[in-house]
Design a protein around this ligand. Sequence first.
Ligand code: IVH
Length: 710
Amino acid sequence: MRYLHARTQRTHKLNMNIEQHIATLRKALNRHNRLYYVDNAPEISDFDFDRMMRELQDLEAAHPEFADPNSPTVRVGSDRTSDFASVAHRYPMLSLSNTYSMEELREFVVRAEKEVGAVEMVCELKFDGTAISLTYEHGRLLRAVTRGDGSVGDDVTANVRTISSVPLVLEGDDYPDYFEIRGEVLMPYASFDRLNAEREAAGEQLFANPRNAAAGTLKQQQSAVVARRGLDCTLYQLSGDALPYTSHWQTLEAARRWGFKVSDKSRICTTLAEVEEYIVYWDTERKSLPFPTDGIVIKVNDFAQRRILGFTAKSPRWAVAYKFKAEQALTRLVSIDFQVGRTGAVTPVANLEPVLLAGTVVKRATLHNAEQIEQLDIRIGDMVYVEKGGEIIPKITGVEFAERTADSRPLEYISKCPECGTPLVRYEGEAKHYCPNQGGCRPQILGRIIHFIRRKALDIDGLGSETVELLHESGLLNNIADIYDLKAVDLAALPRLGEKSADNITRSINASKSVPFARLLFGLGIRFVGETTAKYMAAHFKSLDAVMFATKEQLLETEEVGNKIADSILEYFADETNRAIIERLRSAGLQFEEEAKELHSTCLEGKNIVISGKFLDHTRDELKELIELHGGKNQSGVSANTDFIVAGENMGPAKLQKAEKLGVKILSESDFIALLGTEQRGEQPQPSVAAAAPTNSDNRQEEAIQGSLF
Ligand code: IVH
C-alpha cells in the first residue's frame, strides 16, 4: 500500500515535469515559428526546429492527457476528414465598394471630408486571397471561419491551425480576452507554382490562380493536405466589443505585437496626393511581391469618424478599394488552332507572337467561341490585346485597329470538325460549336478514355495518355468498355511496354472494378456531370439503373441538378452506343450500385434529423452515418418536417433560431447515442426544447455594427 502510494506520487511528479517540459517546448516552438514565418528573422536552424518539434510530437503521443488543440504540432494537420460546421458571424463580413478611377477615389475623399472634416487615411495592399475571420479567447485561437455569404461561414479551424503564420497562442499580455481579427488567407506564387506542377504531374486539374487555390485549399477535408500547401495569412481588421483603441493604425500595431502577420507596406496618408503616390508606386512594385494583390484599400483611420460615416447595406462608407487594371500586352495573332475536347466542344486557340505578360511569356490565348471572334472582329495578322483573367490561359480582349493592314480579311469560322471532317453543330443556348461524331472523332474517343481512367474517376494507374493513344492506334481501345477486354499479352506486345508494366496495368484495371459507383458515374464523362454532381446523384439514386431510367422530373429532384444537366443526362442514356457500352461495363463487374450498408436498426426510420455544431466523440460524418445505419434521414437544414436536431458545441445560430420558431427538439451528442441504444428497448430520453435565444436580436444587430467599426 505504502509502496503504491509512493509510486503514485513519483508518477505524479514525473507527469508534472513532463507537463512542464511540454509547455516549455510549445512556448519555444511558438516563438521560433513566429520568428520564421511572421518576422522573417529565424534564430535557430531548421534542423533544430524540426528536432524540437519531433520531441514535442513524441511527448504528446505518449501523453495524450496533455493534448492541446493549439499545440504547435497541429501545424502538420491530420488525415481525418472534417465536414465544416456553419457558423454565424458575430459581426457581418462586409465587402468593399470598388473603384478603378482616381476621379472616383477623389469623390470618396471629398465626400468623407464633407461629413467629418479632414481625414487621415490608411492605405493598404488589397491582398488577392480568400477572407478569413479568426476568433481568439484568452489569447488562444478558438475558431477560424470563412466569409461564406457574409453572415454565415464555414468553420475551417482545423485547416487554419496548420497555417504557420497564424499564431495559435498570442504573445504579450495586452490583448483583449475575446476578439475577432480578419484578414486574407493567401497562396504565395511559389506555393502556387509548386502545387500546380504537382497537379500537372498527377494529371489533375490545375488551379486557375492563387486565389482559387487558396480558397480551394481552405475547404480541403484533410488538414494534412492544407499543411503541405504552403498557405500564408495576413491580418488587417480587428473587431471586438469595447476595444481600447481609437484608430485603425493602433489596432494594426497591437495585432503585430501579439504575433499576427500584419503588412509592413501599409501607410498613413493625409492628402489625396499621398494616396495617389501610394497607388502609383504599388501598381508597379506589386509585381515583385511574392504573393498576389489586386488593388489598394483606402480606410479612414479614426474610429470616431468611421462611426459618423457608417455603412451602406453592403459595405462601409469609410473605406474603398481601388482595383488595379489587369495587365495587358499587345502582340500579333499569328494563327488559330481549333481544339476538339472530349465532349466534342470546339475551342479556338490563338497562336501569338511571344510576349511578356505579368511575369510570364505568353504564346497562346483562348478565343472562347465564334461569337466572340465575330464581336471583337479578330483577324489573323491583327495586333491584339492579351490579358490574364481568372483562367490559366490568357484571353484576347481587343484588336488594335490602327495597326490593321489593308489586305486583312474577316475570319471565317470553321464549319467542319478539324479532326474528322464532320459538319459542326450548335446546340440551343450554347455559344460553342460541337462535333457530333462522338464515336468516330479521335480526340473525343481518346478524351473520354483518358477522363475515365483519371485518378478521380476509375483511377487506372499505368494507362497514361500515351499508352491510350498506342492502344487506340493498334485497334484495341475505342471506348471505355474495351479497357476491360485488354489482355496482358496484348499490352506486353506494344512498343515501350514490357511485361511488368502490362501486369501493373491489368492489376490496376481489375482494381478499378471495385471503385465506388459515384466515381464510375463521374467517369462516364456525361457532359456537365462533374465530380460533385456525380456524388449527389449516386447518393440520391443509389444505382446506375435508377439514373438511367429516371425521368427529367426525377433527375431534377437531385441537389445540384438543373435543367442543363438533366437534359444532358437524358441525352447520354438515350444514345444506344452509350447504353451498349454500359452493358459491357456491367458484365465486366463494375460497381453499378452505391455500396449497401447493413442497417444496425430501424429505430430512426422515418425520422428527419439535422446535425449542427461540433461534437466531442464523433465527427459529423460519423453521426451522419449513424443516422443512416439506423434508418433515419440526414437533413441539411431545419424545416417543418425536421424531427430533431443533434446539436454540438457552437450550433449555428440561424439553425437555433429556426428550431425555436418551429419548436423542434434538440438532442445533445450523448442524448442521441443513448437514443440509438435505448430506442430498441422502447425507451426514449427526454430531449430539451430549444431555449430562448441568448441575446435579443436588436442587441446583436447593434453589437454587429459596433464591432465592425474596428
Ligand atoms: S478590409 C468591410 N483590407 O477584399 C470590409 N479587405 O471586397 C473590410 N481584402 O472581403 C475589409 N485586402 O477579403 C480589407 N487590406 C485589406 C484587404 C481586404 C484584401 C479583401 C477582403 C474583403 C474584400 C473586400
